[in-house]
Design a binder for this molecule. Structure first.
Ligand code: NAD
Length: 443
């Protein structure tokens, strides 16, 4: 019998699921519903397309609907939102009709949070940096020479990337962060490294700052007012204060969710509702260290989760085992990266740990362009297995953090690090790599 697989959501996890389902089942009927008119675009690339580093909007479109339709024979339904799902009857209702399914992949992603500042929701001159619609609004302001003053609310990953790119094109950028340091997923010391880079770039950074009210004229925000009464003028506001999973239509049907509303799924990406899989920003991911459900809304995970959900929707038994918070961000000429759990996270879980901090060399001192690598590694106090790492510097940060990420996955200990046969030649690393040195100096 021909199976019908319905995929809800067409950004990242959805198309991955649909394409994988087709690879696994030649005969299935696969329908993908997307509420907007765009599918499969690179949200993560948007900050770079604002500055022209990515030269055009077109380049952000990863897969066109025609490719999914012709190559993968997916029935792509744009501007057809799924309004209700009936898990018992195995059918969905859209704005155009009702469709029965055998299995369903729910990949509705997340939406930008709007902080509860009076008048913000109604004001016109702000945008998130998430959808193509957001991008078009932001790009129009970026290209508008009269919109010189930009405020960015939230110095998380999206906030700092947008701030950097808007600064690059000559805007007067003010970044407002509620937490004491930028990028609060990192430990405060590494947040300070990042904050210093932002300060020195010429943009204005205000941490421990809460916006409590707005000055609005003709429906447009002209200034933000902070708790301490400071007034920050702006022509345009970018909101980057985190995301909210789009899960109401399954939550209403009793699907199990965690506190932020993300759907609980197992390693097969099955939700608690029969026949319904979920992946991407709308679902949790198992934390491979704590073994608890975690929320890591990242493109790389959404592809893996989508692929797994798509395979299993055809009846396969594939697994996406989980993740542990690896992340990396460019800050002008510097890079900040992390993996696993830092001290605060380990304290919160009651895990006994030790840590080691080194300032190593990205390349040997005798080779031109030598730069320092700031590296901290957390490891278990008893069995000494690697638990987390943070790294900052101008060169080779991605390489070191990925080595340590693999080390966590492979359950290496801090004492394994000096034994690693890492790629060595002067343009790439010193004879004693910072990762190796961290192992030497660990107590
Ligand atoms: P985020 O969770 O990374 O950061 C939100 C920031 O806003 C935090 O620093 C928080 O303290 C701050 N904040 C929250 N409310 C605030 C308020 N009212 N006023 C001032 N500051 C406030 O969220 P994001 O930047 O919106 O990004 C969403 C997700 O997208 C991230 O979780 C991330 O996984 C993903 N992302 C990743 C990358 C990358 O890996 N390079 C890049 C972009 C986005």
């Amino acid at each position: 019998k021909q199976k019908t697989i319905i995929v809800v959501g067409g950004l990242s996890a959805g198309p991955s699921a649909a394409a994988k389902a087709r690879r696994m089942d030649e005969n299935a009927r696969i329908i993908l519903f997307e509420k907007t008119s765009d599918i499969s675009y690179a949200t993560c690339g948007m900050p770079y397309a604002l500055s022209g580093t990515i030269p055009s909007r077109d380049k952000l479109v990863v897969v066109k609907p025609e490719l999914l339709e012709k190559r993968f024979r997916i029935d792509v339904r744009l501007e057809e939102p799924v309004l209700e799902i009936f898990p018992e009857e195995k059918k969905v209702k859209t704005n155009k009709g009702e469709y029965a399914y055998d299995s369903l992949v729910f990949a509705t992603g997340s939406r930008g949070a709007v902080p509860p500042i009076p008048g913000l929701a109604e004001a016109k001159n702000w945008a998130h940096c998430r959808t193509m619609g957001d991008f078009d609004a932001l790009k129009a302001k970026t290209d508008d020479a009269s919109a010189k003053k930009v405020a960015v609310l939230g110095a998380g990953l999206i906030g700092v990337e947008v701030a950097e790119n808007l600064k690059m094109v000559g805007k007067d950028v003010v970044v407002l962060e509620m937490a004491p340091e930028v990028l609060p997923a990192w430990s405060p010391a590494f947040g300070k490294f990042a904050g210093k880079v932002l300060d020195e770039s010429g943009l204005v950074l205000k941490t421990s700052t809460k916006v409590t009210s707005l000055e609005v004229e003709n429906g447009e925000i002209c200034a933000l007012v902070t708790e301490s009464g400071e007034r920050i003028e702006c022509d345009f506001l970018v909101l980057a204060t985190g995301g909210i999973p789009n899960t109401d239509i399954l939550k209403n049907k009793g699907a199990e969710c965690v506190g932020n509303g993300a759907l609980v799924v197992d390693e097969n990406m099955r939700t608690s509702l029969p026949g319904i899989f979920a992946a991407g920003d709308c679902a949790v991911i198992k934390h491979l260290i704590t073994k608890k459900p975690a929320y890591f809304p990242l493109g790389t995970h959404s592809n893996k989760g989508g692929r797994t959900a798509g395979a299993n929707a055809t009846g396969a038994n594939e697994r996406f085992k989980g993740a542990y918070g690896t992340a990396i961000v460019k800050l002008f000429g510097h890079t900040l990266a992390r993996t696993g759990m830092n001290g605060a996270m380990l304290d919160a879980e009651g895990v006994p740990y030790k840590s080691t901090f080194v300032i190593g060399d990205a390349t040997p001192g005798y080779y031109p362009g030598q730069k320092p690598v700031f590296l901290k590694i957390w490891y278990h106090a008893d069995d000494r297995r690697l638990l987390g790492a943070e790294a900052f510097g101008e060169k080779g940060i991605d390489k070191r953090i990925d080595v340590l990420s693999v080390g966590i996955y492979a359950k290496l200990t801090i004492d394994d690090l000096p034994q690693l046969d890492l790629a060595y030649a002067p343009p790439f690393s010193p004879a004693k790599d910072p990762v190796v040195v961290a192992g030497y100096v660990a107590g």
